[in-house]
Design a protein. Sequence first.
Length: 318
Amino acid sequence: MPGADKQSPAGRSAPPAHPPPDNVRAALILVVAMLCFTIETMVVRTLSGSATAMQAVFFRALGQIVLIGLWMLLRDVRPTLRTSRLGLHLARGLVSIAGWWLYYRMFQRLDFALATLLTFASSLFVVLLARPVLGEKVHAISWLATIAGFAGIALATGVGSVPLSIEVYAGLLAAMLSACIVFLTRTLTRTDDTITIMTFIGLIVLALSAPFALADWAPMGTKDMMILLASSLLGAFGMFLMIEAYAIGEASVLAPIGYVRIAFAIVIGALVYAEWPSWRMIGGTAIVVVSALVAMQYERRRKQRLIGAGGIGSGPVR
């Protein structure tokens, strides 16, 4: 009958179908998100003479709180602040403070492209820690890709030719903490929604970073302060864009697009800071990207085989 709801064989209304993934739109959104992250770190690097890394953390949390407020107004959503997992939120906030501080400090002291490449080591640490932390099975191709990825980073950082600086070790520690944030977030998403998690992150980091930022506060002009705040808003906006991209697109299609950030960083490093990439940097970056793409393609084909065999549910990865 026209206009009537479709009924299942049992006489009940069929559940609404998921909208088809819009990978093209999602890819464009994700590219813009990567550009936002690149510009944010470029500003932190440029202002390194007038703003400390902890000031950057403080303003980043402030920018996130402002963006969350706008998101709540535009989408009419509210965080659930009464949660049974306050301790886990606090732990994530503490790890975020340490990770963000090392992250911004790395961009202030290392070549721009190298610092960007080191951020991608977080996905390698996720593979290393997935089994002991989450009990997830890691396939052989993922292990090989991870080993190749670390080899690429070793080549890019000059292992074997020059002593590694403390800043490189700090960057790798930042990447490992970023992997820990992934695990903590995955655990929190079992009970709390995105807006709640991001609100707790912003509030906890803002509150706990404030005394450290004040203790190490570098005098800043109004102009520099406004630029730093604007870049923090841009970084938070990039996070929201990334969430939106993965909400409307397929993760297996979007995952490789994140590496466009390395291309942005190499161009900006050369044009803005006169940091021309060495053959080690180019070769190491190529190894990291290719190994990651091979692993992603393997996982995508494996899931397609499981879908064909009825092993897992079909539909876009959300």
